[in-house]
Design a protein around this ligand. Structure first.
Ligand SMILES: Nc1nc2c(c(=O)[nH]1)N(C=O)[C@@H](CNc1ccc(C(=O)N[C@@H](CCC(=O)O)C(=O)O)cc1)CN2
Ligand SMILES: Nc1nc2c(ncn2[C@@H]2O[C@H](COP(=O)(O)OP(=O)(O)OP(=O)(O)O)[C@@H](O)[C@H]2O)c(=O)[nH]1
Length: 424
């Protein structure tokens, strides 16, 4: 087994940078650099000596296997956070035989292989590292903490009980089976199936939280769309002017709106275009508005018809309330907080549908299991062979096992880990 190393903290200038080593030679490498090893899991200050002389004065830690993040011997070097110090240390480590730079996600991959984490936790961890807003952090942490694995375990136990009840009737086929197991098996299958379908239905909401909600700001020219975008974004992302038709292309700003990840989309004012370029802008605006999760439809006055037909929970508001009776003024800031609250309450409602399923892969496993259970249940109703039913149950259990990586999931690992950063 190779010993791997990588910068675990972000690259660039920082107060402290952490370099992590994991594998059988981690401790001997540290001994060569820093002399005698500190007590396990105790930070101690050491001068790190490389082949070319002093590398840094650093805090070092050792985590003897199996009590470490990866389950292997782990060393941490807490260095001064400069590009040059980090490069010098990485270069020195790279010269040692048996040590090599880690691949993306390789520490976590070892944690998975050593059963420190299950596969669903790895997916949660990936999202946790990517999380930029509070909603993303909470969603990722739920899965990282093992809640999906625990749920899968409960489904698994109930299906194993159902299969065992059925198998008992197979084994005793010639004899009299004392109790009729069909009602209990049916209840087990149906309850698990219901929960699986319910859990899978949360995928769309979880994906929105993960990727961000798209909010299109639409309305006629000059109504203040770009000014509203800039106010919400807190910077001059879009050009504003008193000339109608200023915004021609689609302008996007990713931001954190009260803890929710959103992409604000400013679009061209919707009107009969004056020229070909504006016409293309208007066309794009309509398509983007249509595809968005939510439309904030601005009107110049209460009597105006909305520029697009509002749907779902779209927010329709009158702008420039400093000039006309309206809902908000992007210029003075009046009503902006109420507008943000209206938007976030709609999006929070939609995030609430998110549960423990955060990936397409997980949803597929759960839906496959539910489908097998549907077949199993139909067989029971038509007494279509108890042994076939048991087979369906085993198939459902196999699907659920792929959630946590209990069965062979080698083919999905490369895809999952390729999106990790080096050093995780
Ligand atoms: N410096 C540092 N901070 C970090 C990490 C790290 O690797 N290094 N982490 C990395 O992602 C996270 C913490 N995760 C960790 C998970 C397990 C163990 C560990 O040593 N586990 C042992 C002992 C547990 C105990 O102390 O009781 C074990 O589970 O057996 C360490 C860090 C966040 N902060
Ligand atoms: N008084 C007042 N003026 C505003 C307000 N919001 C925007 N404006 C002004 O209205 C004009 C048009 O604003 P924009 O934000 O460019 O309007 P738009 O809807 O993006 O316009 P198009 O790009 O043409 O579609 C600018 O001169 C803004 O300064 C407001 O709340 N009050």
């Amino acid at each position: 087994m190779d010993t791997i190393f990588a910068l675990a903290s972000a690259r660039g200038r920082s107060g402290v940078a952490v370099v992590r080593l994991s594998g059988p030679q981690a401790f001997s490498a540290l001994e060569q650099m820093a002399g005698r090893l500190p007590a396990p899991r105790r930070a101690s200050l050491r001068t790190l000596l490389g082949a070319q002389g002093i590398l840094d004065k650093a805090l070092v830690l050792t985590f003897p296997e199996p009590d470490s993040f990866t389950g292997e011997d782990v060393v941490e070097l807490h260095l001064h956070g400069s590009v040059a110090v980090v490069d010098a240390v990485l270069r020195d480590l790279g010269r040692r035989s048996g040590l090599r730079l880690a691949e993306a996600g390789e520490f976590t991959r070892r944690a998975l292989e050593n059963e420190r984490l299950d596969l669903s936790q790895v997916e949660g961890l990936s999202d946790l590292i990517e999380a930029e807003t509070e909603a993303q952090r909470k969603q990722a942490f739920r899965v990282f903490s093992g809640a999906l694995g625990a749920r899968a375990q409960s489904w698994r136990e109930r299906l194993i009980r159902a299969a065992a009840l059925l198998e008992a009737t197979i084994d005793f086929a010639d004899e009299d089976v004392p109790v009729d197991v069909i009602p209990e098996v049916t209840v087990l299958i149906e309850s698990v199936q219901r929960e699986l379908i319910e859990e899978a239905s949360g995928l769309k909401a979880a994906e929105r939280v993960r990727e961000g909600f798209e909010i299109a700001i639409v309305g006629p020219p000059n109504v203040g769309k770009s000014t509203l975008l800039n106010t919400l974004a807190g910077r001059e992302a879009a050009i504003t002017s008193s000339i109608a038709g200023t915004t021609r292309d689609v302008i996007e700003v990713r931001m954190n709106l009260s803890g929710l990840p959103v992409t604000l989309v400013d679009t061209a004012g919707l009107r009969e275009a004056q020229d070909e370029i504006e016409a293309m802008g208007v066309d794009r605006a309509r398509r983007r508005a249509d595809a968005a999760d939510l439309r904030v439809i601005l009107k110049a006055s209460a009597e105006d018809a909305p520029a697009v037909q509002p749907r779902d929970e779209d927010v329709v508001v009158v702008s420039k309330s400093d000039l006309v009776p309206g809902d908000f003024s992007a210029l003075t800031g009046a009503g902006i907080n109420q507008l943000i609250e209206r938007i976030t309450s709609v999006l929070e409602g939609r995030s609430a549908g998110a549960g423990l399923i955060i990936r397409e892969r997980q949803a597929r496993a759960v839906v496959n299991a539910a489908t097998s259970l549907g077949i199993a249940r139909d067989r029971l109703m038509t007494s279509d062979g108890v042994d076939l039913t048991a087979e369906d149950l085993r198939y459902a259990i196999g699907s659920l096992d792929s959630l946590v990586g209990r069965v062979d999931v080698e083919h999905v690992l490369d895809e999952i880990f390729s999106s990790f950063c080096i050093g995780k």
